[in-house]
Design a protein around this ligand. Sequence first.
Ligand code: DGL
Length: 281
Amino acid sequence: MSQPRILVFDSGIGGLSIAACIRQALPGVRLMYLADSARFPYGAQTEAVVIERSKALIAEALSAFPCDVVVVACNTASTVVLPELRSMTDTPVIGVVPAIKPAASLSRNRRIGLLATPATIKRPYLTDLVESFASDCSIERIGHPELVRWVEGQLAGEQLPEQALSRALQPFRDAGVDTVVLGCTHYPLIKPLLQKLLPEVIHWVDSGEAIARRVEWLLEQAGAEGSALKRPLPGRPMEGALFTGALPEGVDGFLASLNLSADQCLGHWPAKGGVRSAESA
Ligand code: DGL
């Protein structure tokens, strides 16, 4: 396998936090990024819409750009779509779900905060994760309704409302959590701000590095040479960044700031009429 290609999918720009970790660990892979920005945020969509959109868009992307691994870099989608996606394609699919297990191994006081979307904190998948890996911990869940939009707004130069965010995080202070799980891929993009607002938290856990290790393992199982995966490819780090809505303002500079400049950034992908969703079907 020469120059494996990875498809990284999210509702918006959050999955770029995962793409950046993959790029950092595996500079020898080609990255394609796909964001369903026309339906962002997924936390406000029904499960049926999230499942239909994810399946249709990933199928479309795989036929246009055959890939060796798909990463669903969205907790909100991964907690509902993985079984159907895996039965749809032979390409290995990795999902990103809240890192409850690593958090439980790090927390000393057994009090963990989970910051995620309102949809993710309600999912049975999450209850199962907590029961399986953190049954001796108390988990304080914050499902913030606006935070993903605030993170995306920063791209267009909007100021993130720090005081409102600080107030929303109060339950973590009250519960005295020593560990916080960033259960949405948008949130590592504002980790320095979160650390500033919650200086008492010792461990901040997200899924980026674990996902990069999983990608590496899958590629090696498929015959890729470990040393080739670590050897930087010439040219820009990403082949493409595809958005189903309008191209976000400021996207080029943002990609460059994550060391993820792309050969092409396309808005309104794929051409109109290419993908039907449960809503429009
Ligand atoms: N990055 C997505 C996640 O990890 C954002 C969710 C949304 O679009 O609501 O959950």
